[in-house]
Every structure is written in structure tokens, then in C-alpha cells.
Design a binder for this molecule. Structure first.
Ligand code: ATP
Ligand code: MG
Length: 289
């Protein structure tokens, strides 16, 4: 799977290099967490390389979003608009289900084969078009499936309530997306309360820690690496491999299969498990009893 840089400073190492190309990511956070900033930053990363960015706005109108970006110190966004590298789909105030079922597929047809970045900010109003969870799942699923045909997708989602991802409105999008990033923000605790956590990320190694992040004018989100170490050594996998090779009573197919799997692993994958321990579990599975 090919990786693309996220555009968020400090985030790529936490995702083993970035987002998987043509994947879908949902960024969840309370008001003021930095969702729109994240989405804009993600698109700008493509623009700077001469690739297209598509901003699908369901809430604020185009002018408002541009004004905020300029306010953030990103006035070059106006040039990208002129060059038609940055494209806006302003669906604010529209009837979302017909927009998603009819206009979106027509747009996707036009763009088929492109390798753009698509930001949907925020996905929340789509959830509110119906109370029926089956319909919600259908609509969100359809929207993500369609947009990913055009490129790598990032959708934001508002978080209401205590800010610990327990809100009912986040469950369906969290299931459907390939990756979920939580921007925890508690305004009453002040600006230093911001924490980013990768809740899930399909088909990639990723940090499972909670990372302080900051929003800096002109730069956007900056994520601290903290205790996270990108790729550790491979001492445990190699010791385990030696143990398995010495154990001649193991079926050769098992030795080969596990040996192959170990080649891809590092010490971090074992999270404190000892090689002898893992070895005994594997032996236990195949030993005659
Ligand atoms: N021009 C700016 N200069 C400095 N900080 C800014 C600037 N614009 C935004 N911020 C900071 O970024 C924060 C998040 O803004 P952003 O609009 O991205 O949040 P959001 O999660 O999209 O909020 P909402 O749900 O209300 O749309 C603001 O609360 C503010 O602290
Ligand atoms: Mg916003």
C-alpha cells in the first residue's frame, strides 16, 4: 500500500509514514479542536505538490472557509483556487441525501482516475438527515465509497458530549472509515489540553499513544512525538525465529509460516511479550496432548 504524507507536522511517523493512498480517514473532535484546520492542511499538502485538492463543505460556505484559511496565514489558497488546483463543492444548506445520491456520483464520474485529496468538513450534518441507523450507515458508506474513487479521503466529524468518543453520532462513521483520529479538546482545561490519538488505522502500523498537539498560526497542527518510537529493533523476532528453527517437532509448514510473519515484525509489535513466552504459546498449540 502506498503512503501519502498527511501534511500535519509530526503525524507521519505516528502512521508509519502517512495515510494509505485511497483510504478514508475520519477526524473526530469537539468545536475548536482543529478539524477544519486539519482538513485544510491535509489538502494544502497536495496543492504544494501540484496535485488537486477538493474541499466538500457541508456546513460553512466557501467564502467563510477561505476567510478562515487566510486568517490562519494561508492566503496562497487564493492562488490555488485561481489555478483550479483547489476545488470547492459547497453543499452547505442543501438537501444532503439527494446531493450524495445524485450530484456526488456525477462529480466522481468527471474525476474518475484522478489521484486527488478530498476533504469533507464536517460529515456530521449527513448523520442528521435521518434518524434511522441503517439509512445513516448506507448514506455515509456510499459517500466514502464514491469519494475514495477520486483519491484519498479525509472527513471530519463533530463530537458532542464528554469528548471521549462515546457519542452515538460517531459510531457509524468510525466503523466505516479505514482510520480514525481523535482530537481531544477540552476548552475549559485550556489550550494545553489538546491530545491527538490514532484510534484505529487499517493496514498500517501506528502509534497507540495520546499525543499533545498545538495549533500555530501559519503552520497549523503540530503533533508531539512524545514517547513514541517509530520503528524499533528486531531483537525479539530474531530470537523467536531461532527458537522455532531449533524446534524440529514443529510441522515444517508452521515453522515456515511463522518465520515469514516474523520477518515483518519489530520489537514494538510484541509490546513487552518475551520471545520464550510467545514460543511456548506456539509450541502449545501444536504439541500433541
Ligand atoms: N488564525 C488563527 N490563528 C491562531 N489560531 C487559530 C487561528 N484559527 C484557528 N485557530 C485555532 O484553531 C482552533 C481550531 O479551529 P478550527 O476551526 O480548525 O476548529 P474546528 O474543530 O473546525 O471547530 P468547529 O467544530 O467549530 O468548526 C481554534 O479554536 C483556534 O484556537
Ligand atoms: Mg470546523
Amino acid at each position: 500500500m502506498r503512503k501519502i504524507r498527511t501534511g500535519i507536522f509530526g503525524l507521519n511517523p505516528l502512521l508509519d509514514g502517512g495515510f494509505n493512498e485511497h483510504s478514508t480517514t475520519v477526524v473526530i473532535g469537539a468545536s475548536g479542536a482543529g478539524k477544519t484546520t486539519f482538513a485544510t492542511q491535509f489538502l494544502r499538502r497536495a496543492l504544494v505538490e501540484g496535485q488537486e485538492g477538493i474541499f466538500v463543505s457541508l456546513d460553512e460556505n466557501k467564502e467563510q472557509i477561505i476567510r478562515e484559511a487566510v486568517e490562519m496565514g494561508w492566503s496562497d489558497i487564493l492562488d490555488y483556487l485561481d489555478d483550479e488546483l483547489l476545488v470547492f463543492i459547497d453543499a452547505s444548506g442543501r438537501e444532503f441525501s439527494s446531493f450524495i445520491r445524485k450530484e456526488l456520483p456525477a462529480f466522481v464520474d468527471d474525476w474518475r482516475g484522478a489521484n486527488a485529496r478530498i476533504a469533507i468538513d464536517p460529515l456530521t450534518p449527513v448523520m442528521w438527515t435521518t434518524k434511522d441507523p441503517y439509512d445513516q450507515r448506507d448514506l455515509i458508506g456510499f459517500m466514502l465509497k464514491e469519494t475514495r474513487k477520486v483519491g484519498t479521503v479525509l472527513a471530519t466529524l463533530e463530537e458532542h458530549g464528554p469528548g471521549d468518543l462515546t457519542g452515538a453520532e460517531t459510531i457509524i462513521p468510525m466503523y466505516l472509515a479505514d482510520s480514525v483520529i481523535h482530537l481531544r479538546y477540552r476548552p475549559l482545561e485550556g489550550p494545553n489540553s489538546r491530545r491527538l490519538k490514532i484510534v484505529k488505522a487499517r493496514s498500517t502500523r501506528h502509534s497507540e499513544l495520546s499525543h499533545p498537539y498545538h495549533i500555530v498560526k501559519g503552520l497549523g497542527l503540530i503533533v508531539e512525538q512524545g514517547e513514541f518510537r517509530p520503528r524499533g529493533g528486531a531483537r525479539i523476532p530474531s530470537q523467536l525465529k531461532v527458537l522455532l528453527e531449533q524446534k524440529k517437532t514443529l510441522p515444517p509448514a508452521v515453522r515456515e509460516r511463522v518465520g515469514k510473519a516474523l520477518e515483518l515484525l519489530t520489537d514494538d509489535d510484541f509490546r513487552g511479550l518475551k520471545p520464550e513466552e510467545v514460543f511456548s504459546y506456539i509450541i502449545g498449540e501444536y504439541e500433541e496432548g
